[in-house]
Design a protein around this ligand. Structure first.
Ligand code: KG4
Ligand code: ZN
Length: 365
């Protein structure tokens, strides 16, 4: 039986400072012993987006507190750990460097092995941590900074089938909320507002559905919404509550329809290569959207695939996913030295061409 491993994970690639302890026993059962996340929403709220410099400073201030709290909550000390895993990219470089430096300090002081983790691999491996899902599976990452379809073959082996060529869907939700004067983060406010809305009153574009591939685009959707908003304001002098609800419902329906169709295509491609017991997993903050989740579930059921969505707190940015991804690398024999570098870009699938978009996390990996 394999050895029990206990790993400390650190995450600081965007606007969440996080530390967590994950343990996996020899029988393969993994458990999150603690997962601490210090958000920075209020620090950035006046600027309408994440300010990299403010984020990096806040990470530096909070990382050590976060580590202490994660160890306390797990009732463990540094001597009980087998390794320290840290997000080494992709992300906002100042934040990634803060985490990498903190992890190097811990490793140098204790002698614990250091493991650099790709943030996207953290998201993509989460269904293995939460549901023990076996390789291979099809992964859809949808958040404020990411949007891609990946086939996960192994802890460090991914094939990208497609992704956004501009904004990520969470970014589109956030920008839509801003255009309509709704609070941030935009996803939950747009979803709540769309409850009383008519999704058919405004027909927004379903971008790139005319192309056969799995790429997506969301920036035109936001421009189309702005045009309709301006037209209503010009005609009536402002938006009624119903106008706002209908705009939100129309926007959300366009995102739902686009993700449904592209998921259908990605699943067909995936199943052509992996026909037995197909499995699909979703992660990222946008996976919290009830309409999107329900639609993805239906698409999977139509094609006979198992659908997994990790609990929300492990879908959004956290360090448990980094500890777990580090654990998988550690088991496979990977070790990093004190020369580990922070990388702003780090595509999971090195062989596929880089995407064009540049979102709040910097260039899309
Ligand atoms: O994964 P996450 O916490 O951070 C990033 O890596 O970006 O995702 C945050 C994103 C935000 O853009 C937020 O508006 C979006 O996820 N989001 C939602 C919902 N809840 C959060 N989007 C649509 N519907 C939701 N219910
Ligand atoms: Zn993320």
């Amino acid at each position: 039986m394999a050895q029990t491993l206990t790993i400390l994970g650190l995450e600081s690639s965007c606007d969440d400072t996080a530390a967590a302890v994950v343990r996996q026993t020899g029988d393969g059962q993994a458990q999150v012993l603690s997962s601490v996340v210090f958000g920075q929403t209020e620090l950035h709220s006046a600027y309408g987006g994440v300010v990299p410099e403010i984020a990096a400073r806040a990470h530096v201030e909070k990382l050590d507190l976060c580590v202490v709290q994660a160890l306390d909550e797990a009732a463990l000390g540094l001597q009980d750990l087998d390794a320290v895993a840290v997000t080494a990219g992709p992300g906002l470089i100042g934040g990634v460097m803060s985490g990498v430096m903190c992890a190097k300090g811990l490793s140098a002081a204790t002698g614990l092995p250091l493991i650099g983790v790709n943030h996207l691999a953290g998201h993509a491996l989460t269904p293995r941590l939460t549901d023990g899902i076996a390789f291979p599976y099809l992964m859809l990452l949808v958040s404020g900074g990411h949007c891609q379809y990946l086939i996960a073959h192994g802890p460090e082996s991914f094939t990208r089938l497609g992704g956004t060529i501009d904004d990520a869907p969470g970014e589109a939700f956030d920008k839509t909320a801003r255009l309509l004067g709704l609070p941030q983060p935009g996803g939950p406010s747009v979803e709540a507002e769309s409850q009383g809305g008519d999704p058919k009153r405004f027909r927004f574009p379903r971008p790139l559905l005319d192309r056969p591939d799995c790429n997506l685009s969301f920036s035109g959707l936001k421009t189309a919404l702005m045009r309709v908003r301006d037209q209503i304001v010009a005609e009536k002098g402002g938006l009624t509550r119903q106008d706002r609800a209908d705009l939100c419902a129309g926007f959300q329906q366009a995102v739902v329809d686009t993700l449904a169709e592209k998921t259908r295509r990605a699943l067909r491609l995936y199943m052509a290569e992996n026909p037995s017991e197909p499995a699909v997993a979703v992660a990222g903050g946008v996976a919290a959207n009830t309409a999107i989740r329900a639609t993805l579930e239906t698409v999977c059921a139509e094609q006979g695939a198992r659908f997994t969505a990790p609990p929300l707190k492990l879908c959004t940015d956290n360090a448990a996913m980094i500890a777990y991804a580090g654990l998988e690398r550690f088991r496979a024999g990977a070790r990093d030295g004190l020369d580990l570098t922070a990388r702003p870009r780090w595509p999971l699938d090195q062989s596929s061409p880089s995407m064009l978009g540049s979102g709040k996390k910097g260039a899309k990996a």
